[in-house]
Design a protein around this ligand. Structure first.
Ligand SMILES: Cc1ncc(COP(=O)(O)O)c(C=O)c1O
Length: 398
């Protein structure tokens, strides 16, 4: 990836500016302002091994993908971004590139079900140790690390806010404890997005994203990314990215580029809408709502940390426990008319789901199991009052 002088100047500008301009040099042939979709698998060589600007084959390198990687790295304030064909592909490659049999991971006790499934069903059988801890509790993290020899855990895996309970982990405090014990910290920053939270600046060693969510932002692309500052880890991840090949298509990268340009605006509005929805849910009587989970609410146990660690909002995700239990929660999820019943999150349209039966079905029966009466809302960019009216009529329908 070449960084032009324009990009060096950009590094000092605000995130909204970087999101629109970083990695977005007008096309050198035509001047096209928008990065073209370089839908080509291969590139003409001017002689054997004589490549034009380093391009040979699109699994290894593609101009549209490079453009997105440069844009995302700039928005994150990271040295490197490497993009993948899904969030799980990004996680898989980061771990496979850097772990060896006998290494171990300390996993937060509330994470995306697919992350747990990958670790427990694929990595553990290949000889990776896996233990689970409440990462929101620094004393529990310290105790877990101290119980094993220095460096036993290669990584602590943190989601903050976590999926689906919206738990908040203090990234800087966790990194300080982890580093004392020879352990690195990976933060899955999918819920916060690079607009609200900067884990690398707070001391984390790697960041992963499902770009399928807020970064793509329109529920029309599946993708992932690994963000790093460390040169050696970047080499390892880039090697396996090419060697194994789970790269995004040029069209995927183009959709991510377009999404990322408006991320700043969108995430701030998602956060405003989600706060309004969460505050309204909290006003409902105890026979309707058992508990609302949103880090922007003062009732949230991690609110103080989130207010310090997240900048400009608390994100668009709200979880709510329905007082009448499992069956009522399922009926509620099926009764909304503006919120669409679907997995995923982070798109412009509001989505509703039942984690226990949908996104987190794979953690049933484990220490990560989620409450049966839990409903997860991805609060979109519709008018907040329309969203509240929709939830209100759904409560009446259960
Ligand atoms: C927090 C989190 N991380 C990772 C993933 C996996 O991403 P993908 O579905 O793009 O593979 C998801 C998917 O829902 C997620 O919510």
């Amino acid at each position: 990836m070449t960084i032009s002088t324009n990009e060096t100047a950009l590094a000092a500008s605000a995130v909204a500016t970087r999101a629109i301009h970083a990695g977005q040099e007008p096309d050198p042939t035509t001047g096209a302002v928008v990065t073209p979709i370089y839908m080509t698998s291969t590139f003409k060589q001017d002689g054997v091994g004589s490549l034009r600007h380093g391009y040979d084959y699109s699994r290894s390198i593609n101009p549209t993908r490079n453009s997105f990687d440069a844009q995302l790295a700039s928005v994150e304030g990271a040295k490197y971004a490497l993009s993948f064909s899904s969030g799980l592909a990004a996680i898989d490659v980061l771990l496979r590139a850097t772990l060896r049999p006998g290494d171990a991971i300390l996993l937060g006790n509330d994470v995306y079900g697919g992350t747990y499934r990958l670790l427990a069903k694929v990595f553990v059988p290949w000889g990776i140790g896996l233990d689970v801890v409440d990462v929101t509790d620094p004393a529990a993290v310290s105790a877990a690390l101290a119980a094993k020899p220095h460096g036993h855990y290669r990584y602590i895996w943190v989601e903050t806010p976590s999926n689906p309970m919206l738990g908040i982990t203090d990234i800087a405090a966790t990194a300080a404890i982890a580093h004392e014990h020879g352990t690195q910290v990976v933060v899955d920053n999918t819920f916060a997005s690079p607009i609200l939270q900067h884990p690398l600046a707070d001391g984390a060693d790697a960041v992963v994203y499902s770009t399928t969510k807020y970064i793509g932002g329109h529920s029309d692309v599946v993708g992932g990314a690994v963000l790093l500052n460390d040169d050696e880890t970047r080499e390892q991840v880039a090697f396996l990215q090419n060697a194994a090949g789970a790269v995004p298509s040029p069209f995927d990268s183009w959709l991510d580029i377009r999404g990322l340009k408006t991320l700043d605006l969108r995430v701030r509005q998602h956060s405003r809408n989600a706060l309004k929805v969460a505050q309204w849910l909290e006003t409902l009587p105890a026979d309707l709502v058992e508990r609302v989970w949103y880090p922007g609410l003062e009732s949230h146990p991690g609110h103080g940390i989130a207010a310090r660690q997240m900048h400009g909002g608390f994100g668009g995700m709200v979880s709510v426990q329905i007082a009448a239990g499992f069956e009522a929660a399922k009926r509620f999820a099926g009764a909304t008319q503006v919120f669409t019943l679907a997995e995923s999150l982070g798109g412009v349209e509001s989505l509703i789901e039942h984690p226990g039966a949908m996104t987190h079905a794979s953690v049933a029966g484990t220490t990560l199991e989620v409450p049966a009466n839990l409903i997860r809302l991805s609060v979109g960019l519709e008018d907040a009052d329309d969203l509240i009216a929709d939830l209100d009529q759904a409560f009446k329908a259960i």
